[in-house]
Design a protein around this ligand. Structure first.
Ligand SMILES: Nc1ncnc2c1ncn2[C@@H]1O[C@H](COP(=O)(O)OP(=O)(O)OP(=O)(O)O)[C@@H](O)[C@H]1O
Ligand SMILES: [Mg+2]
Length: 165
């Protein structure tokens, strides 16, 4: 049974497509103000997961890795925006603070790869997603909710993935 409690959800993905499909389910639930933190080594599947999230959210643009620009913004037909940051190259928390992540989070859902590198400046309320390589095409995905909004997201995600709340 993948369900642990209302704050936690664990899942094993067996292909990149499956990781994208789980992302699509999550993306459909996200609203402006939501923060999704992604942790996992190089090639763990963070960007693959974001591709699914952006698709499920309704992005018109293709997801690309924002390693050089640090933040990508994707648009939706209704004018909504989704922000995708990669903190891999951030040297320090003050450097990250200059990006004004709070304003982005206000304007649209904010997704952050390598969030563990800038955790100190992030809102204590968030959905944390840890991806771990556990086989050539297998990834362990651990969802951890911090805050009521994210408990609700976990519950809706369980409902969406498994049909149980
Ligand atoms: N179950 C899986 N879920 C996600 N990706 C998978 C899976 N199985 C294999 N892969 C492959 O692993 C790679 C994941 O790359 P991806 O760019 O998503 O990782 P990343 O965590 O964003 O890495 P980086 O830290 O470099 O940004 C892709 O080539 C993808 O096809
Ligand atoms: Mg990536």
């Amino acid at each position: 049974m993948p369900i642990l409690d209302k704050h936690n959800l664990d899942f094993i993905s067996r292909s990149p497509e499956q990781t994208r499909r789980i992302g699509m389910r999550l993306g459909a639930l996200l609203q402006p103000g939501d923060l999704v933190c992604l942790q996992g080594n190089l090639g763990a599947g963070k960007t693959t997961f974001v591709q699914g999230i952006a698709h499920g959210w309704g992005a018109l643009d293709e997801v690309s890795s924002p390693t050089f620009v640090l933040v990508n913004a994707y648009r939706r037909a209704d004018g909504g925006q989704l922000f995708h940051m990669d903190a891999y190259r951030i040297e320090s928390a003050p450097e990250a603070e200059e990006l004004d992540l709070d304003a982005m989070q206000n304007d649209g859902p904010l997704l952050i790869e390598w969030a563990d590198r800038i955790q100190i400046i992030l809102s204590p309320e968030h959905l944390w997603v840890d991806l771990e390589h556990s086989g050539e095409e297998q990834r362990e995905m651990r969802f951890r909710a911090a805050g009521q909004r994210y408990d609700d997201i976990i519950s809706e995600l369980q409902q969406s993935l498994f049909g149980v709340a």
